[in-house]
Every structure is written in C-alpha cells, then in structure tokens.
Design a binder for this molecule. Structure first.
Ligand code: FAD
Ligand code: DLZ
Length: 529
C-alpha cells in the first residue's frame, strides 16, 4: 500500500528512457531538511524514499507512542518535502505490504528508477548500519553513507580525543564541545559564570513549590489520528498505550515545545534536575529528547536557545549550564562511546549478571512505590525523566544483577527517545557498569535512602525505607549491601567506593549476615516484590 500523497517521480522517463537518478533514503529519525543525505540533491531528478516497515517497527517491543510519534512525524515530513518540490516515494505501514524491510523497499525502488546510486546519512544503530553496509553488494548499486552533521563531534573526532586515554570522562570531553561551539564561553575563551560545571547547585529535593509547569501538548491532527488507529490495530501487543498522545510531530511544533520549556521549566531545571516526585511525571525537564533524536529539533539550536535565556536574564546559569551539559556533554559523549566500541560493547557483562528481567518492568505491578510510579509513567507517557531511569529502574536492575541484554532491550523498547546509540551506553555503561567502568568511574548504586532524599515516594510506599532486614523493609536497602558485598573484588579498590566498603566492614557481623539473608530472600522472590 502506498500512502495517498506519494508522488510518482516526474523525471525518470525522459524521451522514453529512464534517467540516472539518485535514490535518497531518509530514515525515521532523520526528519530534517538539513539532513546530509539531501545535500546537493536534485529535486527534479532524485527520488527521496521513506518507508514505514515491519522490520524497523518490531526489532524491539517499541512503545506504541514511539511508533505513533515516528510514523506521524515521518508522514508530516514527507508531505513537507513534497510541498518543497521533492519527489517522494513513501510507504505507509500495512501488514500486507510486500516489502517489510528498508532493504526490500530500497531494492525495489532502485530497480524502478534504475538508480545511479543510493545516498543516505549514517544511521544510529549498529544493526541497521551493518545491513546498509551490505547494500552495495546485495542491491548492486553504489551506496554513499554520509556523516550525520547533526552531531557536534564526528565519530573520528571523538575517537581522536579518546585515543591514549585510560579512562574516558564526560566532563573533559564536554569542555572540548564548549570550546568547539563557543556555547556559554566568554570572548576570552573562559566558561561563562566562571565555572565549567554548576552541578553542585543542582541537587534540590522538590516539595511542590514552585509548581511544575504543565507539559507542552499538541492535540493529534488527522494524520496523527490515523496513525494512532493504525498502531492500535496492528501493534496492539506492543508495550504502553496510545491514549492521550500529545507529542509534537512537526519541526514547527517541536520548536514551540522548546519555547515552552525555555519559558516555563528551564529556570528551575538545574535546581530540581535530580528530584523525583510521587505525583508529577515531568517536573522541570525539557521532554525534548524525542524531537532532538528524530531530527525535529537541532541540538545546537536547542542549546543556543537555552544560552540566550541566560544572557537575557530569563534563567540562571546553574540551570542553563546544567541543561547544555546534557546535550553537548552526555549526548555527544555516549554517541562517541557507542560507535567506538560496537559491536562488542553490546555483549559486555563485566559484573557477570544472570538474573532475568522481572515481569513487573512490563506491568508496573510492584509494591515498591518508586518502581511502580516510574514504570507506570513509562507505560502511559513513553517517558520517564533521567533520575527515574538512572536511580530507580536502573538502580534496581543494577542491585538485582539483571542480565544487561534484557534490561537494555527494555530501555530500548519503552521510551519515545530510545535509539541504540544513546540507550545502550546509558544502560549498559552508566546504569549497569557492565563495561567495567569505561563510561563511568563508579556504579550509580544507591540504597533506599537516596530515593527518600530526592523524592516523596517513600512516605506512600508499602515498604519502610528506614528498615533494612524486616519483612516490610525497603528492598533497595538490603540489595544495596548485597551488591557491595558480592562485588568486593570489582570495587573495593575503586577510590570512589572505599568509604562504602569501610562502612560495610564496620557493621556488626550479625547485622551484615541479616542484610545478606534478607537480600537473598528478595532475590529469590523478586517477582513478588
Ligand atoms: P532533559 O532532562 O530535559 O535533558 C535535556 C537533554 O539532554 C535531553 O533531551 C537529551 O537530549 C540530553 N540528555 C540528557 N541526559 C542524557 C544522557 N545521559 N545521554 C544522552 N543525552 C542526554 N536519552 C535518550 O535520548 N534516549 C535514550 O534511549 C536514553 N536512555 C537512557 C537510559 C538510561 C538508563 C538513562 C539513565 C538515561 C537515558 N537517556 C536516554 C538519557 C536521559 O535520561 C534522557 O535523554 C532524558 O531523560 C530525556 O528527557 P528530557 O528531554 O526531558 O531531558
Ligand atoms: C524506530 C523506528 C521505527 C519504529 N520505525 C521505523 C520505520 O518504519 N522506518 C524507518 O525508516 N525508521 C524507523 N525507526 C527508526 C529506525 O529503526 C532506526 O532506529 C533508526 O533509523 C536508526 O538511526
């Protein structure tokens, strides 16, 4: 089935003979007119191909809202290209379509137009990259894969920076990115505000004031409604819900979402960046990652807008620097790590974890209030903020010793912003420490005390955060000490973990034994928590 607005290319038959056109493939997360695949293209001759295909929509159990977002944004983008004069072949999803992989769709179109070459921008996943790298041979046509200029550092720049360093630390790479872009830099080449990093100011608990802004909403238009119906019909077994879909699906609306963030949330972004709330899903986060990752927003333009808010006195430096660091620093850093280390990185399991992912990650059905709230928000919104991902669902998986591949697949499936290049290093490296500390210098393991300090979940929880060994004690407490104890060989010599081991060793042997026993019980009964 071909989507109604698909244009049949005008200029392939000149004087009855096919002309030699390029086929330009644009992927679902490359939705910008500035994508390098379009550079120097000829609107009259070249054919842009975009396709909704089963293979991409089902390599993981993508959240229904993620599929709606991508399919609808792809359809809107294809329309814009057409109205700009591009010739577009667009395949809309249908389970009976003959071609259900990008390779099959591209192969068919290569034949149809007798393409001179296929041009595309490098994709964000090793899996697809491997496939596309083989098209030249399998489809019998030259394939040009162009760098993705949406990132600030090229893969090679990152590799050059990393070369010869024993440990890679985001902070130093981030400073390079600040220098390279000039973002938040004075004319003398110094960091604005006199410091590179204002993180120490960004650890406040949120107690309801100031109130968190309402999230930006776009009501679904006819195209989005059609896609919602399609996803409900054909992806009903996928995780999550399409109910209350309110993401932007065009660059214009994503820009409005950015402006909403700058006006209403950015001023408090820094202060409450690490906070977790029992009744607020979004707090002061930007909710821009789905748009930045799919091409609807440009990361540098997003940082510039935030920097401008500081220069014009609309947001404090700790908020703006903290926000810019996430994009210039973490986002670029994890991408560099991914491409330098794939495909081996995905197989790392340095802590030797063997436990299966508990089923409650899919249902939210657990008495642990923080876990229930994070998973339930994830199910409803295809979103949870960073600290929920890192210190709640991630921390539990780390403490419980979940197999990295299972927890990575969960994160890849459940978030609207999830793509392998960004999900994998965050989960396997940052959360699971499965890469042996390559990405982060110490595991983000924490007991229930951390969750109590940063959230108001514990007061409403079935488990008691101030207890450790009793039947109703917070599971994070005993699991934390079990993690510390079972990984002594891995971490005792880590200077940032020494204090944990001294604290553990100081406890009475009976207390240690009781904690370990409680943890063993919890691990044996993990599905019942
Ligand atoms: P904000 O808190 O407003 O941050 C601003 C922006 O900074 C984000 O939009 C994002 O582009 C960037 N950013 C922040 N932290 C990171 C980071 N650690 N890595 C890369 N970019 C970052 N982010 C994804 O985009 N896709 C993922 O699949 C993803 N998986 C994650 C899994 C785990 C276990 C963890 C701990 C983090 C993950 N992140 C991922 C990073 C981060 O949690 C999300 O980018 C963020 O929650 C998105 O929400 P936001 O736009 O409101 O972010
Ligand atoms: C995630 C996704 C989904 C759900 N569907 C499609 C699709 O039908 N067509 C497409 O071109 N891309 C899709 N994507 C994104 C890709 O699977 C892949 O993750 C990215 O292109 C990697 O950069």
């Amino acid at each position: 089935m071909v989507y109604p607005f698909v244009g049949i290319a005008r200029s392939f038959l000149i004087g009855g003979f096919p002309s030699m056109a390029n086929l330009i493939l644009i992927l679902g997360d490359q939705l910008t007119r500035n994508i390098s695949a379009l550079d120097n293209a000829d609107k009259d001759r070249d054919l842009v191909v975009m396709a909704e295909v089963h293979e991409e929509a089902s390599y993981t159990n993508h959240h229904k809202k993620k599929i709606v977002l991508l399919f609808s944004a792809m359809r809107h983008f294809a329309r814009q290209l057409e109205s700009d004069g591009w010739q577009v072949h667009y395949q809309a999803y249908h389970p009976d379509n003959e071609h259900q992989s990008l390779e099959a769709v591209v192969g068919e179109q290569v034949k149809q137009i007798i393409a001179k070459s296929v041009i595309t921008t490098e994709c964000g996943e090793w899996r697809l990259h491997e496939q596309i790298s083989g098209w030249h041979e399998r489809l019998g046509v030259p394939v040009e894969i162009r760098p993705d200029s949406r990132f600030i550092a090229t893969k090679q720049e990152f590799a050059d920076w990393a070369e010869g360093r024993k440990q890679l630390r985001m902070e130093f790479f981030y400073r390079e990115m600040r220098r390279k872009t000039g973002l938040l830099m004075t004319s003398d080449g110094e960091p604005e505000g006199g410091q590179w990093n204002f993180d120490a100011d960004n650890r406040k608990k949120w107690t309801g004031k100031p109130p968190a802004p309402a999230p930006f909403r776009i009501e679904p238009d006819a195209i989005t409604q059609e896609v919602i119906a399609l996803v409900d019909e054909h992806f009903s077994d996928h995780f999550g819900t399409t109910d209350d879909f309110h993401f932007a699906v065009t660059a214009e609306d994503a820009q409005a979402a950015l402006e909403h963030f700058i006006d209403y949330a950015l001023p408090c972004f820094g202060d409450y960046q690490d906070a977790i709330s029992d009744n607020e899903d979004w707090l002061f986060h930007s909710i821009l990652s789905p748009y930045i990752n799919s091409g609807l927003l440009d990361p540098v333009a997003v940082c510039e807008a935030a920097a401008q808010a500081w220069y014009s006195g609309r947001a404090p430096i700790n908020a703006v620097e903290g926000f810019v660091r996430q994009i210039l620093g973490w986002r670029e850093f994890v991408r560099g790590i991914y491409w330098m280390n794939m495909p081996g990185y995905a197989k790392e399991n340095r802590l030797g974890n063997t436990r299966a992912l508990p089923w409650f990650y899919w249902t939210g059905d657990t008495k642990m209030r923080c876990m229930h709230k994070a998973i339930d928000a994830t199910r409803r919104n295809a979103y949870a903020h960073h600290i929920q991902r890192l210190m709640v669902t991630g921390n539990f998986a780390l403490l419980a010793g979940i197999k990295p591949e299972e927890i990575c697949d969960w994160y890849l499936a459940v978030y609207a912003d999830a793509y392998d290049w960004v999900e994998l290093p965050n989960v396997l490296g940052m959360v699971m420490h499965a890469d042996g500390g390559y990405l982060g210098s110490k595991p983000y393991a924490a007991s229930g005390k951390y969750i109590q300090r940063m959230s108001d979940h514990c007061a409403n929880c079935h488990y008691k955060v101030n207890k450790a060994t009793e039947d109703d004690a917070c599971p994070f407490n005993a699991l934390y000490w079990h993690f510390i104890d079972r990984h002594r060989d891995d971490f005792a010599k880590n200077p940032r973990m020494g204090m944990m081991y001294r604290n553990w060793d100081k406890q009475k042997p009976e207390k240690r034994e009781a904690l370990l026993q409680r943890a063993e019980y919890l691990l044996a009964n993990v599905e019942q928590l």
